[in-house]
Design a protein around this ligand. Structure first.
Ligand code: 5AD
Ligand code: SF4
Length: 432
């Protein structure tokens, strides 16, 4: 019998790419491939790329440069580029890097096995009419009791800095029943915690069901203990979703709600279509529904035209909200977006602002984590810890928690009293 072909896959960027990579692996496994951790052993190397900022995009080209000697040593090796750079740059990738054999966009990865089989150079960056999810094999490659599940793709918001509406296309929601079937299948395989993914997940709608209805439907699945969703837009935060945070116990107390800036002038230039005040009122309503909710956001500093006063308003907003988690990025001009036409803020000024914001956010994250000490929280064990008899899991609020529990197993959902907080995790004792 001949050896099975080997697939090496590297994933850049967001959680949806993690999900997509899992599904591509499953599709290739159904075609006889096994995975390898080492690119040099692989018959097919797949790079699932991110286009959101220039740095992420350029990473592809430096990694391709590193693959060149491997391909010279093994000319039969095929190299594929998937994901958002594939979608945005298409054939340009092959012109710049002739060692690339396949270019496959995020909506076409169900066609990957066939593309790999033919052995020819190919590009597929269509937005096909068939639904890739219908054509992919059932979920298999699960990593522990938590899983991602894509429910919505694309974005119609057109923030002035963002490539997503171009790389991932218009907003499309998957039919409710398909999602329920996929969730049931995951639960049968031992999953207890599902994070629903979408570039604009709270714009989800299928027939008359919005995200709140989807969450409530999934919460009825026996054995599914936790539901989360990401990423949301403030303008799609409907009343029924806020209400679900109040009365749906399986909906976890964590909300990633990016605001990007605290300056109304910059929010307008970003085409965010909300003010800082509207965002703060929304946060108040969410906290009224679920007082212990952990809030998270994304911020961009150095957006074209941002002044010191605008940046100060961002700091003020962060201070007013008190985030448990936040991601901040230096603005990166992306080709084809409206903001790319405008003059950049001085790079040193943007760097300095980023440091100030990150320091503030780090203090808030630490304060939020420290405030957990003495509380009893739910923890879902992911895997054994580094110390003997120790388990590591995620709390309801998504903090990493270390627990000494020699009898513990991955997938156990336990109550833990938090005893200590260190730089990026909590420690506690199991109480039930
Ligand atoms: N430059 C910097 N950050 C960006 N993001 C999106 N586009 C850009 C860009 N051009 C950030 C936003 C978004 C997160 C996923 O990435 O904060 O919420
Ligand atoms: Fe990009 Fe998010 Fe704005 Fe859509 S809502 S354009 S994905 S930043």
């Amino acid at each position: 019998m001949s050896e099975p072909k080997k697939l090496f896959i590297k994933t850049y960027g967001c959680q949806m790419n993690v999900y997509d990579s899992e599904r591509m692996v499953e599709a290739m496994q159904a075609d006889g491939y096994v995975t390898t951790e080492h690119a040099e052993d692989a018959d097919l190397v797949l790079l699932n790329t991110c286009h959101i900022r220039e740095k992420a995009s350029e990473k592809l080209y430096s990694d391709l440069g590193r693959l060149r000697p491997l391909k010279t040593a093994n000319p039969d090796m095929k190299i594929g580029v998937a994901g958002c750079v594939a979608q945005a740059e298409g054939g340009e990738i092959m012109r710049r890097m002739p060692l690339v054999d396949l270019v496959v966009g995020p909506q076409s990865y169900h066609r990957l096995p066939e593309m790999a089989r033919t052995g020819r150079k190919q590009i597929d960056t269509e937005f096909p009419t068939e639904d890739k999810f219908d054509l992919l094999p059932k979920r298999k490659a699960l990593r522990g009791p938590s899983a991602f599940l894509t429910v919505q793709e694309g974005c119609d918001k057109f923030c002035a800095f963002c490539v997503v509406p171009y790389t991932r296309g218009a907003e499309v929601s998957r039919p409710l029943q398909r999602i329920v079937d996929e969730a049931r299948d995951l639960v049968e395989r031992g999953v207890k915690d599902i994070t629903l993914l979408g570039q604009n997940v709270n714009a989800y709608h299928s027939d008359k069901t919005g995200l709140a209805g989807l969450v409530r439907t999934l919460a009825r699945i026996d054995g599914l203990e936790r539901v989360r969703y990401t990423t949301s837009h403030p303008n799609d935060m409907e009343d029924d979703l806020i209400a679900a945070h109040a009365d749906e116990p399986k909906l976890m107390p964590y909300l990633h709600l990016p605001v990007q800036s605290g300056s109304d002038r910059i929010l307008k230039a970003m085409n965010r279509k909300h003010t800082a005040e509207q965002y703060l009122r929304l946060i108040e309503r969410v906290r009224l529904a679920r007082p212990d909710i952990l809030l998270s956001s994304d911020f961009i500093v150095g957006f074209p035209g941002e002044t010191d006063a605008d940046f100060q308003q961002t700091l003020d907003l962060v201070s007013a909200v008190g985030y448990g988690m936040a991601y901040s990025f230096k603005y990166s001009a992306r080709p084809g977006t409206p903001a790319a036409e405008k003059p950049d803020v001085d790079a040193a000024v943007a760097d300095a602002r980023l440091q100030v914001l990150q320091a503030l956010v780090t203090r808030q994250q630490r304060a939020c984590q420290d405030a957990m000490v003495g509380r009893d929280v739910g923890v879902l064990y992911d895997k054994p810890g580094r110390m003997p008899g120790q388990m590591v899991g995620k709390s309801d609020h998504l903090h990493a928690v270390h627990v000494t529990d020699p009898a513990g197993k991955p997938g156990d959902l336990v109550r833990v009293r938090i005893l200590a907080s260190s730089s990026n995790s909590l420690a506690g004792e199991r109480i039930s």
